[in-house]
Design a protein around this ligand. Structure first.
Ligand SMILES: [Zn+2]
Length: 550
């Protein structure tokens, strides 16, 4: 099996997965097809939607069409000639309690019909089950996994090892490690359907991230039953490369119209916010007046279009390094998604470790939730290890200048001009700017990506202000600046006053001399710069201060 990663962002990646029926590009949505009720045929999906792969239920195929599928082969039977994945139907077997089929029969059937990607018959844990039951599903799935691998006769099918454990995260971790150690070509997270139906996205985040943490990251990862397009970006950001969804058809049958930010009931719609072939030609009223079967067919087509559009949007976001920003946008479509994004903050280290260090686009910073973004974390740890190149005695901390990078700004040039006029020895000054979201940025680093390629919303929210204050005090206290005197230039507002107080306390703690300068009216006014200059001069020339400092 070959899975090649082309690009990545967070844990999301654009990859190429080779199967016996061709290569598919991930992240990929596989629409669930059910030959018994299928308003849009697989052939149409292939022709009109450039659909690369579909998924069908092996159990239902066997039960309803067994011999016909075997004789014609899966692709011919479904009239779809690209990649076909089959799910074992474990969920249906669980619901219907069918014991007439054994795990090995389902495995053998998938080999016989020629599935490209196949799933062993696992035992889904389900949602909110007791520990004992959850443990049983994990152990039994593992036992079946081992016997499945022994029974395989074909080498050209990619097999998915399902991870169980439900919301018992230690069991998910155990299951992921055990399944991950077996020679499956792909891993998958089993049965999150009920979690998704209840919008428990934060539970999903913990389940997927736990599973990812305990399996090899380079193996393709499948999410079963992904559901609604508004959470696809979350699934991808957590490292789900492929996922299946039946929502496009199920919702259509209930007169539900999918958008990238939620579901709208057809009866409440006056306009379609979309220009796909269906929406461009019809109004919601047209659809309401149609016979239900025709209506469901058209809604299914639109829903499918909405799903595929979202996947392309996600891929473009990965290319641009803006997947987090897409999560930001999606998290505003439902409070449960914002909760999920907050939950993702708890896994920031894993996200950071998997994100590339540089993308050629700047980043947008909206609010405190973005403090968990990989570039912010990465900078924080980089600064801790960084040593200023000069032998400085005075640390000067100033707020964000009107333009970036700091050392090329009008304000900094003004300070430099003043230092010249006063014949101040700048080689002894360690200039730093403090700003959202990165905290302290030494002048020597201000051109390092993305410190100057970041757009921030102002004024920052309280949590972000708090973060910046902490970064400043940490830098004073633990930084490697080596200075004995600190000059802080701050605004004369509530945040500025708090910063002043905290910075002074840090200086006292570190036995550093603290001098401050406040903006009188507006930041960077002429008077304010003069005032700052006099403090810098004092720091460098005043014998008392320097005696104490040196
Ligand atoms: Zn549409």
């Amino acid at each position: 099996m070959a899975f090649e990663v082309i690009d990545k962002d967070l844990l999301g990646r654009i990859g190429r997965l080779k199967t016996k029926s061709g290569t598919i590009e991930t992240p990929l949505l596989l629409p669930v097809v059910n030959p018994l009720v299928q308003p849009v045929s697989p052939r149409e999906m292939e022709r009109d939607y450039a659909c690369q792969a579909i998924i069908a239920n092996a159990y239902l195929l066997k039960k309803n069409f067994g011999e016909a599928v075997k004789t014609r082969g899966l692709h011919d039977f479904l009239e779809f000639h690209r990649v076909v994945m089959t799910d074992s139907g474990a969920y249906q077997i669980l619901v219907h309690g069918d014991v007439a089929v054994t795990p090995l029969e389902i495995v053998q059937f998938q080999e016989e019909i020629g599935s490209d990607i196949a799933v062993m018959l696992d035992v889904p844990t389900g949602w909110n089950v007791g520990r004992e039951r959850a443990q049983y599903t994990v152990d039994e799935t593992l036992r079946r996994a081992r016997s499945t691998l022994q029974a395989l006769t074909r080498r050209d099918v990619l097999w998915v090892g399902p991870i169980q454990g439900g919301n018992h995260l230690d069991l998910v971790a155990f299951s992921a490690a055990e399944i991950g150690a077996l020679p499956f070509q792909m891993c998958g997270l089993g049965s999150p359907t009920q979690v998704l139906e209840r919008y428990l996205f934060t539970v999903l985040v913990d389940m997927v991230m736990t599973a990812k943490k305990h399996t090899a990251l380079d193996r393709p990862f499948h999410l079963f039953g992904a559901g609604h397009p508004f959470m696809f970006s979350f699934a991808v950001a957590m490292g789900c490369d492929t996922f299946d969804s039946a929502a496009y058809a199920l919702y259509a049958r209930q007169d539900k119209y999918l958008t990238d930010s939620g579901t709208v009931r057809l009866r409440k719609m006056e306009y379609f916010p979309c220009s796909c072939a269906v929406c461009a030609k019809h109004t919601p009223k047209d659809l309401r007046e149609m016979p239900s079967e025709e209506r469901a067919g058209l809604l299914t087509r639109h829903n499918l279009f909405a799903c595929f559009t979202e996947i392309r949007r996600i891929k473009q976001a990965i290319r641009e390094g803006r997947l987090w920003e897409l999560l930001d946008v999606r998290s505003r479509s439902h409070p449960a998604l914002l909760t999920a994004l907050k939950g993702l903050r708890g896994h920031r280290d894993l996200l950071e470790a998997s994100s590339p260090t540089s993308k050629n686009r700047g980043i947008f910073f909206f609010d405190a939730i973005d403090l968990a973004r990989p570039p912010v974390l990465r900078y924080q740890s980089k600064l801790k290890k960084w040593h200023p190149p000069g032998e400085y005695t005075v640390l000067v901390l100033v707020p964000q200048t009107t333009s970036k990078p700091f050392h090329r700004s009008r304000e900094f040039r003004r300070i430099m001009k003043a230092t010249k006029a006063e014949a101040v020895d700048v080689s002894r000054i360690h200039f730093c700017v403090y700003a959202t979201p990165f905290g302290v940025v030494p002048i020597e680093l201000d051109e390092v990506y993305p410190l100057s390629q970041c757009e921030t919303s102002v004024p920052a929210d309280v949590e972000t202000e708090e973060y910046v204050i902490t970064q400043v005090t940490n830098y004073i206290r633990e930084g490697n600046h080596g200075c004995k005197v600190v000059v802080l230039y701050s605004d004369d507002d509530a945040v500025g006053k708090r910063l002043l107080k905290e910075a002074e306390a840090a200086c006292i703690e570190g036995e550093l001399t603290f001098l401050s300068s406040k903006s009188e009216d507006t930041t960077w006014s002429k008077d304010a710069v003069n005032n700052l200059m006099s403090q810098i001069t004092l720091a460098l020339t005043n014998r008392d201060i320097n005696d104490r400092a040196i």
